[in-house]
Design a protein around this ligand. Structure first.
Ligand code: PEP
Ligand code: MN
Length: 347
């Protein structure tokens, strides 16, 4: 349910609505838009509530939200959400280009990669310190030491970093180091983890579950938003289909669908979306052409020796080429590259 406030309503009147909601055992989430201020009501509503709220001073009208997801939907917030991470604004006209290795392996590997992706024009570093693994015998990450290495790379290059958090217990630790917390595909419906991520004052990127519908994905986003964390971005990383040529099927159509249904920024991840390095660039271009606010790309100094996801990782040279090919595509859809071409300097 949405409580639309009158244009000239006062803070006090809004407070009155919020108090009424609290007394009814409900939560109110305020969204101050360009056109209007609305209060999204979440919780178990009851039939008389609408009339009661409509009679309160300052209230223009009360409208039901037709979709099961509330706070992530455009009905609640028609304007695009933007998220500030260091100097980077995600969800604005400029693209967010997140790049780095799948897993943090060594200090040297991360530093070299951070320098290379920055030189090629990326504005956010990625790297997994806590790695989810399909097999228990695969590399599972360096843990806290990995976070320290990422923090060192940030200090040297100035790039903010994103890294995955696997468990509710690790949220505090990861939030202490990272600029953005990543929730991976395997954890999209780990509701306790979502609750915890909703309580931190750090942006969160929620990847789509590999078998999740768009509605399930937005309902997971709702968990984080309902806890009060509005700094949320989504990431399309491919879904399971019958196709075996690729690791996942990158669902490009999810990008314009999310843009239509939700105000949250969306990032395309063609690395996990395809699983094959030579498909990464074409799908990256497609994601931006389809309206994505940015990309997440796996890059490694030597993909053949990567401890994780080498087959889908780009070399420094291939990443630089991706960025060069991306520039005209971005321009054609009215988006800016994170760094203007003349500013990019490759050593
Ligand atoms: C990753 O980003 O390295 C990762 C594990 O992603 P996903 O959760 O999409 O598989
Ligand atoms: Mn990976």
């Amino acid at each position: 349910m949405l409580v639309v406030m009158k244009k000239d309503s006062t803070e006090q009147e809004m407070e009155g609505v919020m108090q009424k909601l609290t007394h009814s055992g409900l939560a109110g989430h305020i969204s101050r838009g360009v056109e209007r201020t609305v209060i999204g009501v979440v919780g178990q509503t009851f039939p008389e509530l609408r009339d009661t709220l409509e009679l309160l001073p300052g209230v223009e009208e009360v409208i039901p939200i037709s979709k099961p997801y509330k706070l992530s939907g455009r009905e609640f917030k028609p304007d695009d959400t933007t998220i500030k991470v260091g100097d980077v604004l995600i969800g604005g006209n400029k693209l967010a280009i997140i790049a780095g290795p799948c897993a943090v392996e060594t200090e040297r590997q991360v530093l070299e990669t951070a320098r290379a992706v920055k030189a090629a024009g990326a504005n956010i570093l990625r790297g997994g310190a806590f790695k989810p693994s399909t097999s228990p015998y695969q590399f599972r990450g360096l843990g806290k030491q990995g976070l320290e290495i990422l923090a060192l790379a940030r200090e040297e290059t100035g790039l903010p970093f994103i890294t995955e958090v696997l468990t509710p217990q690790d949220v505090e630790l990861v939030a202490k180091y990272a600029d953005i917390l990543q929730i991976g595909t395997r954890n999209m419906q780990n509701f306790i983890l979502l609750d915890e991520a909703g309580k931190v004052n750090k942006p969160v990127m929620l990847k789509r579950g590999m078998s999740a519908t768009i509605q399930e994905w937005l309902l997971s986003a709702e968990y984080i938003l309902a806890q009060g964390n509005r700094q949320l971005l989504l990431c399309e990383r491919g879904i399971r289909t019958f196709e075996t040529h690729t690791r996942n099927t990158m669902d490009i159509s999810a990008i314009p669908i999310i843009k239509k249904l939700s105000h949250l920024p969306i990032i395309g991840d063609p690395s996990h979306g395809t699983g094959k390095w030579d498909l990464v660039t074409p799908m990256a271009l497609a994601a931006i052409a389809a309206g994505a606010d940015g990309l997440m790309i796996e890059v490694h100094p030597n993909p053949d020796e990567a401890l994780k996801d080498g087959a889908q990782s780009l070399t420094f040279e291939n990443f630089e080429q991706l960025m060069q090919r991306l520039a005209p595509v971005a321009a054609s859809v009215g988006r800016e590259m994170p760094v203007e071409p003349e500013e990019v300097h490759v050593e």
